[in-house]
Design a protein around this ligand. Structure first.
Ligand SMILES: Nc1ncnc2c1ncn2[C@@H]1O[C@H](COP(=O)(O)OP(=O)(O)OP(=O)(O)O)[C@@H](O)[C@H]1O
Ligand SMILES: [Mg+2]
Length: 257
């Protein structure tokens, strides 16, 4: 097994998007998007509101079908892909759906093991231990028994991160997962992602509006505004291009130290 993804070293392709175009109605949302993500890469996906980021993620997950182009996951056509336990996903704003939902934090996290059960059934004890470990990873172990709807927004978000991690996925797809999460938890989460990437070869695709923070964390930056405006290492990213992507000048490239 290879360890991590040293500079210049490329793992096998995990996501292959080729010539994808999509529209919900008349207006094109994505136009001719092509993108390959390799094993162990940490990709930050940025772009203004409505630029098609969440739509692209939903296409990757087979939740939307593009009008043109192809998507492959782990080398397999996404429409035929069945190993969903290999993919952890945190949708944008899952907390809204959780309000008033009666499941406890631990039960929400355990749901992240469902896809895995089709491969190998875990004993109740193994399940419990995994759920506890995942909750501990996001610092929510003391809230395991609380109904998700009665946690704060940031706490709920942490539970959804735990649900995405509990099945030990090979690919994490995160749509603004840190919205509303406090700074220490964000820091810890990035440290955790980097460790999983190094130790387990985890591949990460993360949408964020926090361009300053993610350019300091990711191996690859992708700027989307219906089309791909940039795809490469963040250090090659010319802030002038942000204005081009966003359609107006933005001063938000502040590397974290
Ligand atoms: N279910 C839907 N039906 C019709 N149009 C939609 C639907 N979902 C999104 N859109 C439209 O598609 C475009 C892209 O939306 P998308 O959610 O992919 O943007 P985004 O880049 O994720 O934005 P944000 O940064 O605000 O999350 C927007 O113009 C949006 O209005
Ligand atoms: Mg979105």
């Amino acid at each position: 097994m290879e360890n991590g993804n040293a500079a210049g070293e490329r793992g096998e392709p995990v996501i292959e998007v080729e010539g994808v175009s999509f529209s919900y109605g008349e207006e094109p949302v994505l136009e001719d998007v092509s993108l390959v993500v390799h094993r162990g890469e940490f990709v930050g996906l940025v772009g203004p509101n409505g630029s098609g980021k969440s739509t692209l993620l939903r296409i990757l997950l087979g939740l939307q079908t593009p009008q043109a182009g192809t998507v492959r996951l782990f080398g397999q056509d996404a429409r035929r892909f069945r190993q969903w336990w290999r993919v952890g996903y945190v949708p944008q704003r899952p907390a809204a759906a959780a309000a008033g939902f009666p499941a406890t934090a631990a039960e929400v996290v355990r749901a992240g093991l469902l896809a895995r059960a089709s491969v190998r059934r875990l004993s109740p004890r193994e399940e419990r231990e995994r759920v506890e470990r995942a909750l501990a990873l996001v610092g929510m172990e003391d809230h395991a028994g609380r109904p998700i709807g009665r946690l704060s927004g940031g706490q709920q978000q942490r539970v959804f991160l735990a649900r995405a991690l509990v099945g030990e996925p090979d690919l994490l797809i995160l749509d603004e997962p840190l919205e509303g999460v406090d700074a220490p938890t964000q820091e810890r989460f990035y440290v955790l992602l980097q460790r999983l990437r190094r130790e387990a070869g985890l591949t990460i695709l993360l949408v964020s509006h926090d361009v300053g923070v993610i350019t300091a964390e990711v191996t690859t930056l992708v700027c989307l505004n219906r089309r791909l405006f940039f795809h490469g290492p963040p250090e090659r990213f010319d802030p002038g291009r942000v204005a081009e992507t966003y359609g107006f000048p933005v001063s938000m490239i502040t590397h974290r130290h």
